[in-house]
Design a protein around this ligand. Structure first.
Ligand SMILES: Cc1cc2nc3c(=O)[nH]c(=O)nc-3n(C[C@H](O)[C@H](O)[C@H](O)COP(=O)(O)OP(=O)(O)OC[C@H]3O[C@@H](n4cnc5c(N)ncnc54)[C@H](O)[C@@H]3O)c2cc1C
Length: 409
């Protein structure tokens, strides 16, 4: 059996390890454009904030491919899949045949739509090379600018604040992390960031950059100009699937997969940030671009490629963040549309930065925002993932001392 794994992130390596466990003799080739041993992508933001050194990023030993007897073709970008001949095609026109293919190419940072966005010192924060370039520039940086207040924009701003900078963040929504949290939690987070030195400008975007070689300023949508000498763009991510033939493989926001992580094309699987699976809380297809789901999907896809029939029950979104002294956890459908069929319960003690919101669909928990005290996050996640019917007063789940035993009563 010839297995090809496209993408060398957590989904790709988890699949490779699962295949090897079940099929010691099959030929496995991994292809990826990054040359690194698999590393923790979420932790690049910790390199930026200075809490870990660059060398701590790898999550496997350098000999991992040799140990698993895997052929590697790294430093190569895939440009096409030849469906008729069962081959992937690299940018250098080399072809690699497969019997089973896993697409685990993750996501790419969305580009900044502004004039002269290719000036020096305008960066994205997706790869270890990106963070290395940013950290190298920090000794010469005086006026950093962050574009976007989503997960990556937030982490970029937080990293700069932790390094002692006073960055400016431009966001189109009213507060950072607006996809993850509602206005109440958003305001607490915004205040905490501002108290620690962040300037946030709301409802504003960049239309052009100024500078000769390197960036020196940003022209903003309100007509003003903002001096800046380092820009980190966190405008979200998009699944990396430009080489996937749409006429043969069904796609929505990402590559659509069934419960075995197989695409609409037999023998071709997808996992991780590139894949669109069922979201348990949303009850619809969704791309949940988070690390633990990428790992689980990769492993499950690998087992299925090697002949097991293991179903993946679906994904649940979740994030845990520390914002200086404030802990935040979001789970599932944490911020539903106002016209959704969900009911919300919440409690707060905003003087002490405590807030807890639970989202229910009928008698099933589908989402939560925990601010301040997050200890019961694991329990709430299990309730969401298992769609456990709540047979007790739902208000009990708002209590910080709530535990499993109370559910049984
Ligand atoms: C700054 C940051 C912070 C994050 N924080 C968190 C967090 O706190 N919690 C959390 O759960 N998740 C977090 N994430 C998201 C998490 O990192 C991703 O969900 C996870 O890495 C996805 O793994 P993957 O294997 O699907 O894709 P990736 O890790 O993106 O790996 C895909 C690989 O495929 C390669 N590739 C892409 N296209 C091609 C091509 N055409 N040819 C060859 N190779 C290709 C890519 O270069 C990459 O090496 C964060 C991400 C970032 C960037």
């Amino acid at each position: 059996m010839r297995y090809v794994i496209a993408g060398n992130g957590i989904a790709g390596i988890s699949a490779a390890e699962a295949i090897r466990q079940l099929d010691p003799s099959g030929h496995v080739t991994m292809v990826g454009d990054e040359k690194a041993v698999p590393y923790s992508r979420p932790m690049i933001s910790m390199v930026l904030d200075g809490s870990i050194p660059f060398e701590k990023l790898p999550i496997r030993v350098p000999s991992v491919y040799e140990d698993l007897n895997i052929e590697t073709r790294f430093g190569n970008r895939i440009s096409a899949i030849d469906v008729a001949d069962h081959e992937i095609v690299l940018l250098n026109r080399q072809r690699i045949p497969f019997d089973r293919l896993l697409i685990a190419t993750g996501a790419d940072a969305r580009s900044v739509e502004a004039k002269d966005a290719n000036l020096k010192n305008i960066h994205y924060l997706r790869t270890r090379d990106h963070v290395r370039q940013i950290v190298d520039k920090l000794p010469h940086t005086r006026k950093p600018l962050v574009l976007g207040g989503g997960l990556v924009g937030f982490k970029a701003a937080y990293g700069l604040l932790k390094r002692g900078f006073k960055p400016t963040m431009l966001i189109t929504s009213a507060y950072p992390l607006s996809i993850q949290v509602d206005g109440t939690a958003g305001k607490v987070i915004l205040d905490e960031l501002v108290r620690n030195g962040l300037t946030v400008r709301v409802g504003i975007s960049v239309i052009a950059f100024e500078g000769n070689e390197a960036v020196m300023g940003a022209q903003l949508s309100d007509g003003s100009t903002l001096p800046c000498d380092l820009v980190i763009a966190g405008k979200g991510v998009a699944p990396s699937l430009s080489f996937v033939p749409r006429d043969s493989i069904s796609m929505g926001q990402g590559i659509r997969v069934d419960e075995y992580l197989e695409t609409s094309l037999k023998g071709v699987y997808a996992a991780g940030d590139v894949a669109e699976c069922v979201d348990i809380a949303r009850k619809r297809r969704w791309v949940n671009a988070i690390w633990p789901e990428a790992a689980m999907q990769g492993r499950t896809a690998g087992m299925n490629m090697a002949g097991r029939n293991i179903s993946y029950t679906g994904s649940v979104s979740r994030n845990v963040m520390r914002i200086f002294g404030l802990d935040l956890m979001t789970l599932g459908l944490a911020n539903p549309e106002p016209d959704s069929d969900c009911r919300m319960l919440s409690t707060h003690d905003l003087r002490n930065n405590r807030y807890r919101k639970l989202v229910f669909r009928e008698n099933v928990l589908v989402g939560a925002v925990l601010l301040g005290r997050i200890e019961q996050g694991g329990l709430l996640l299990a309730l969401i993932r298992n769609e456990t019917p709540i047979g007790i007063s739902k208000k009990k789940l708002l209590e910080p001392g709530f535990n499993f035993r109370q559910l049984m009563n």
